[in-house]
Design a binder for this molecule. Sequence first.
Ligand code: GTP
Ligand code: MG
Ligand code: ZN
Length: 307
Amino acid sequence: MKAYIYKSTGSWYITKTDDGKVYNARIKGIFKIDHITSTNPLAVGDEVEIQAQNDSDDTAMITEIYSRRNNINRQSPANRLQQHIIAANLDQSLVFATLRDPRTSQGFIDRFLITCEAYHVPAIIVFNKTDLYRKKEMDKLEHFERMYTSIGYQVYPVSVKEHTGLEGLKSVLQNKTTLMSGHSGVGKSSFINSIFPDFHLKTKDVSGWSGKGMHTTTFAEMFDLPGGGRIIDTPGMREFGIIDISKQELSHYFPEMRALLPQCQFNNCIHIAEPGCAIKKALGEGLVDEERYISYLNILESMDQKY
Ligand SMILES: Nc1nc2c(ncn2[C@@H]2O[C@H](COP(=O)(O)OP(=O)(O)OP(=O)(O)O)[C@@H](O)[C@H]2O)c(=O)[nH]1
Ligand SMILES: [Mg+2]
Ligand SMILES: [Zn+2]
């Protein structure tokens, strides 16, 4: 039987067949999925072949994995040299950010966007907790909205608490498989609960974001949406480590830089101090946002440290 993985706890997988039957499944023997060294062989969203153990219970063996349409990986927090597959077979991803309690940095958002570009998964940016924003954060929000929409990303400012901005976001989810990620405490699980009242995911209690709280969601899990489509809730991540992108390639994953690259004088230009650099020129003319360029430099520098 064909089934999708809805949750993985390491050794057990919760899988669901097309007709909605749920099986707790384990991997049969060892099968090599690909040549990369990932910490997890299967991820939420993977399509697998399962064999029910016997008719009387709900356990099954996973005997095969079908090829992935795509997947999103990041650096394993435990081992920088290994990758962790966050999810597979995605239509789009939402990066959940907040400008207060906790504050998401632009660096985090950009790293996530770059990874989505590299894996060809469309990304959407959500700024939650707008009810907490004062003048300073509202200005920042406006700036981010302008900057990101001008380079082709959709931006949704919302308050899950006050139910503002959610309708538009909800319609984006219809009939798609969407990955949700972001720092711990930004309100990912609260969002799912609020737009789909039948869901009761565990969220941080009323004390809210303490600044040092534990992750509330501990395993990635996929949910069927009432009107069709699926959404994947994930545990909050502190950092988003980019994997498998070389310094040469990095600018290809900045949409505003991508189109200009053929105009750089040198085809191995990394846009720092090379003569005839089209990116530096565009930066000077205000066609490339300075903060995005700073993000680019920061990420480039972090790649230096890695190799
Ligand atoms: N003020 C305010 N608080 C919110 C909003 N959305 C969520 N919260 C609160 O933020 C806290 C964290 O929410 P969660 O939904 O548990 O966050 P999460 O992103 O799922 O966190 P992890 O599971 O740890 O990754 C909870 O106390 C929520 O009530 C909002 O729009 N405004
Ligand atoms: Mg959560
Ligand atoms: Zn250049």
